[in-house]
Design a binder for this molecule. Structure first.
Ligand code: RP5
Ligand code: MG
Ligand code: MG
Length: 278
């Protein structure tokens, strides 16, 4: 059940979502006279990465399909389209329109979950909890838009391979690749090439993102890239860039309060690698 996209105020606005009880989230449950406010951020006007307004006569999207280079398919299966508007597959959010999201329907992102073990003074793995499991660390960024800590994920550009998005977003947000010299960029990319070639898919699907609306929502492909001996990315100098204000290695545990569904993604990684969680 999504909850982060049902907060009182829509992010970066003073638009109030319609409040309603959890049982009314599924579209299949009747909600008489459901008519939430509508919001479309001005930021989207004439942006090349954004769809036109839904009522624009030149806009004829192909829902649930690859629409030219724009992927309008959902990882969750076929979504419904009602009154020419795609419906959020996770249910009602208390807001119509697409808010600040560029695309009507699914907005595809990718989340790199880059991990290493937390090591002690003698390079031994540090343990935690009753079960004495090793502590995993992940590369976390602090988002500029809301100040919350998160995975260094980002949107899949039209026509871009998800594997490319994962590497590019990590480089932009955690290595500041948009501002380093060409030489440094090449070195970083070369070092990351083999590291990012061996990832494990952790999740593919809907994200409970605070920007979601009834007609536009985030989806992601999350992959884990684990530096087991800490000699590769685990040694990199992290530097925040683009939409990240800060970057750091953060201990993985159930105490984390991260952006959107990112804590859940880390829980799966901890399970997958046999790391401490709770
Ligand atoms: C989240 O938003 C995804 O999981 C991903 O981390 C992120 C992508 O959006 P931007 O970081 O580009 O704003 O839903
Ligand atoms: Mg980004
Ligand atoms: Mg981002």
């Amino acid at each position: 059940m999504h909850s982060k996209c049902r907060g009182a105020l829509y992010p970066l606005s003073n638009i109030k979502r319609l409040p309603f009880p959890d049982e009314l989230v599924p579209w299949l449950v009747e909600f008489k006279n459901y008519d939430p406010p509508e919001y479309e951020s001005k930021v989207l006007i004439n942006k090349p990465w954004a769809d036109p307004p839904i009522c624009d006569s030149r806009f004829s999207p192909k829902w649930n399909q690859l629409d030219g280079s724009i992927n309008r398919k959902s990882h969750t299966g076929l979504y419904e389209v009602k009154n020419q508007r795609p419906l959020n597959p996770a249910g009602r959010t208390g807001l119509k329109g697409r808010g600040v999201l560029g695309k009507w329907g699914p907005n595809h992102a990718a989340d790199p979950i880059v991990t290493r073990w937390k090591l002690g003074e003698n390079q031994e793995k540090m343990l935690n909890g009753l079960l004495k499991k090793p502590i995993l660390q992940f590369c976390a960024i602090q988002r500029r838009d809301c100040g919350q800590w998160a995975l260094p994920g980002g949107m899949v550009d039209p026509g871009e391979q998800v594997s490319e998005t994962l590497k590019r977003e990590f480089m932009e947000e955690a290595l500041n690749s948009l501002e380093v010299s060409k030489e440094q960029y090449k070195r970083d990319e070369e070092m990351l090439k083999s590291f990012f070639a061996n990832g494990t898919e952790i999740y593919k699907g809907y994200v409970d993102d605070p920007r979601n609306t009834d007609n536009a929502w985030m989806e992601t492909v999350a992959m884990n890239f684990h530096d087991d001996d800490g000699k590769h990315v685990g040694k990199f100098n992290l530097k925040a860039g683009d939409d990240a204000a800060n970057v750091q290695w953060m201990d993985v545990s159930n105490c984390l309060d991260l952006y959107a569904s990112h804590s859940l993604l880390l829980k799966s990684v901890a399970e997958h690698l046999g790391a401490h969680w709770a």
